[in-house]
Design a protein around this ligand. Structure first.
Ligand code: ADP
Length: 165
């Protein structure tokens, strides 16, 4: 039987409960998910690639169906090189749509055998993004409902918040 593998690409700077929700629900549809951390992201990241990977690994708690990797260059080439045919992306508010639509069309033009599938966010995470998490954490606000404990600790380390647990 062919394994259905999806690549879930992104910056994951850092991983949030919104990402984890997409991964968990993606596993209902795919046999395997490869989380692909983008190295060539234009965005300036708070966490290094190695830090982002180790936070994802710790947050996943060793599920054998999920692996974490990084990629450079064209995502569609990476997807094919991993024996996958699907790019999994999450969709939040309307604001995500235009950007995602553009990228999905470009990827389709580049390699038509690779499909992009979108999963709608779950209601509690509709407005949750890594950027908003960094903003709240940077202002010493509470992030425990937004990110797993390991990420909360890492954010506290970056922003110098005293740990009280
Ligand atoms: P990128 O820089 O590629 O957008 P992100 O790490 O911000 O990387 O997001 C990776 C993927 O996860 C994107 O498809 C994004 O829409 C999705 N995602 C992020 N947060 C959520 C959320 N709260 N609910 C659903 N999908 C999300």
């Amino acid at each position: 039987m062919t394994k259905h593998i999806a690549v879930y690409p992104g910056s994951f700077d850092p991983i949030t409960y919104g990402h984890l929700d997409i991964i968990e629900r993606g596993l209902e549809v795919f046999d395997e998910i490869i989380i692909a951390v983008a190295r060539n992201s234009e965005k300036r990241s708070l966490f290094s690639t190695a830090e982002r990977i180790s936070l994802i690994e710790e947050a996943l708690d060793g599920d054998p169906r999920v692996s974490v990797d990084t990629f450079d260059g064209l995502l569609v080439d990476y997807v094919v090189s991993r024996g996958a045919r699907v790019i999994l992306r999450g969709l939040r508010a309307v604001s995500d749509f235009e950007y995602e639509f553009q990228i999905a069309q470009m990827n389709h033009n580049l390699k038509s055998e690779v499909e992009t599938l979108f999963m709608m966010t779950s209601v509690p995470y509709g407005y949750l993004s890594s950027s908003i998490v960094k903003e709240v954490a940077g202002l010493q606000g509470p992030v425990e409902t937004l990110v797993p404990p390991v990420v909360r600790k890492a954010l506290a380390g970056k922003f110098g918040k005293p740990e009280n647990d």
